[in-house]
Design a protein around this ligand. Structure first.
Ligand SMILES: Cc1cc2nc3c(=O)[nH]c(=O)nc-3n(C[C@H](O)[C@H](O)[C@H](O)COP(=O)(O)OP(=O)(O)OC[C@H]3O[C@@H](n4cnc5c(N)ncnc54)[C@H](O)[C@@H]3O)c2cc1C
Length: 455
């Protein structure tokens, strides 16, 4: 039996951040990861998709450079090179995280772990014939794609005709056409890359809008831009089956079929909570997600759950912060997870970034709010750098307290500046105080300043 102070099950952002912070706090820590350290985020999620989207962005900038006085001929997007770049970035980051963990004296075990019970105050996790024991256990097993139980899907996955976000990221050659089932963040980011690369993309979405909970005004603008890229949308359409070269869906007019060379299934993800031995220690779950409080504690003392496995917010940066909260609790420090100011980003072209409430969600909570909506063109930098000019900034403020409760941005750099709005929400400073902040000029971030003064 190998004795530790803490066992971390799963080496994604939730798990490796927990191990890093716990080791810094002096806990002897073992991290058990069955595939690659870095988890979905580094290996098959956040990072690889952004590497591809950057290739698409550079390509589009080159194509559209004429308007800015940059003329280039014979431009093409070489998917093989983009894949190579993606793999290099992933390898560099995975090695970096492993090196960081080793430097903190975290033991990394590269194999599947199974919780086996609790003995003498220690939780036990078996990895093959070795048993690891510790009085604390952090569940960080992440999530996996939801697979539609529809005719043809299983066979399609087996033949390679249907892919999840995992397989599509390693596709060697571009298909001529791609049907994307699910118009949420993952589906749209993939659709954006492949459409830019010249693939005929059709997005089939069950709802009457794309991009999940994104503000309606932004969705309409996004659709317009995506359509210009050649993407086609089938909204309010329910997929019924998958054939060998097509997808059949139902719309108001009945059954329809779209032909495709490949299909991406991106209808959501579910927590990995089955088959890891939770029942042996009695950890409670709700609809497959491990239930936790705002300290990331489960119902079993000494057991925490961070990241996608708790189903709260399936985002890498949420997992990171939850890891900090869990370790702080273990170390006896006061901390709690707050979800009010966790940004959400869609990294397509254009980018959409939002944090906090929309007017609708604020009103649904009973808040009395006012909002302002400004074109991003008010930012000189934005105008100088973009020819399209359809970017938008919305800010939502609570009347009475005069505090920012939501901010929504569409356009270049949105992902990079949204944290500024997150700080406005998190610090709860009133608008009058926030107006004293000096923003660098010229930057796109100045749009937030404009919004503060327009409220
Ligand atoms: C295509 C795609 C794009 C995304 N883009 C973004 C983005 O831009 N921004 C963002 O914030 N989020 C993004 N996400 C979501 C993000 O990847 C997840 O929220 C994040 O990875 C969750 O971290 P985690 O540590 O909870 O779990 P994961 O990253 O899923 O890691 C869990 C790890 O646990 C391991 N594991 C599971 N069971 C066991 C076991 N029994 N024994 C040992 N190891 C085990 C798994 O192998 C895995 O490595 C994206 C996801 C996808 C799929």
């Amino acid at each position: 039996m190998e004795q530790y102070d803490l066992i971390v099950l799963g080496g994604g952002p939730g798990g490796y951040r927990t191990a890093e912070r716990a080791a810094e706090e002096g806990f002897k820590t073992v991290l058990i990861e069955k595939l690659r350290v870095g988890g979905v985020c580094l290996n098959e999620g956040c990072i690889p998709t952004k590497a591809y989207l950057n290739s698409a962005k550079i390509y589009r900038h080159a194509l559209e450079g004429g308007a800015f006085g940059v003329i280039a001929d014979g431009i093409r997007l070489d998917h093989g090179k983009a894949l190579e770049h993606k793999n290099k970035v992933v390898s560099a980051l995975v090695s970096g995280v492993e090196a960081m963990l080793k430097s903190k004296n975290v033991t990394i075990v590269r194999s599947q772990g199974m919780i086996t019970g609790k003995e003498n105050g220690n939780f036990t996790v078996a990895v093959g014939d070795t048993v690891y024991a510790a009085p604390r256990l952090v569940l960080a097993t992440g999530s996996e794609p939801v697979i539609l139980p529809l005719p043809g899907v299983k066979e399609g996955l087996a033949s390679g005709f249907v892919m999840t976000s995992r397989e599509i990221l390693d596709m060697q050659a571009l298909p001529a056409s791609l049907a994307v089932i699910g118009g949420g963040v993952i589906g749209l980011e993939m659709a954006c890359y492949f459409a830019t690369a010249g693939v005929k993309v059709t997005v089939i979405e069950m709802l009457d809008k794309i991009a999940g909970a994104t503000d309606e005004d932004f969705c309409a603008r996004l659709m317009k831009r995506y359509r210009k890229m050649g993407m086609e949308f089938k909204l309010s359409c329910k997929v019924a089956s998958v054939g060998t070269d097509s997808v059949t869906y139902e719309d108001a007019g009945g059954m329809q079929t779209v032909r495709a060379d490949k299909v991406l299934l991106s209808i959501g993800r579910r927590p990995v909570s089955k088959g890891i031995g939770l029942e042996t220690i009695g950890v409670a779950t709700l609809r497959g997600a491990v239930t936790t409080d705002d300290r990331m504690r489960t119902n079993i003392a000494g057991v925490y759950a961070v990241g996608d496995v708790n189903g709260k917010l399936m985002l890498a940066h949420a997992a990171y912060r939850e890891a900090d909260v869990a370790v702080n609790h273990m170390a006896g420090k006061s901390d709690r997870m707050r979800f009010e100011a966790v940004p959400n980003v869609l990294y397509t072209d254009p980018e959409v970034a939002s944090v906090g409430d929309s007017v609708a969600s604020a009103k649904a909570k009973g808040l009395d709010v006012r909002a302002v909506s400004l074109p991003m063109n008010l930012s000189g930098r934005y105008l100088a750098e973009t020819e399209r000019g359809d970017g938008l900034c919305k800010m939502v403020v609570e009347n009475g307290t005069n505090r920012v409760v939501g901010a929504h941005l569409m356009g270049a750099y949105a992902s990079e500046i949204i944290y500024g709005a997150a700080m406005m929400i998190e610090t709860q400073l009133p608008v009058d105080t926030l107006r004293e902040i000096v923003f660098p000029h010229p930057t796109v971030s100045e749009i937030l300043r404009e919004a503060l003064f327009a409220l």
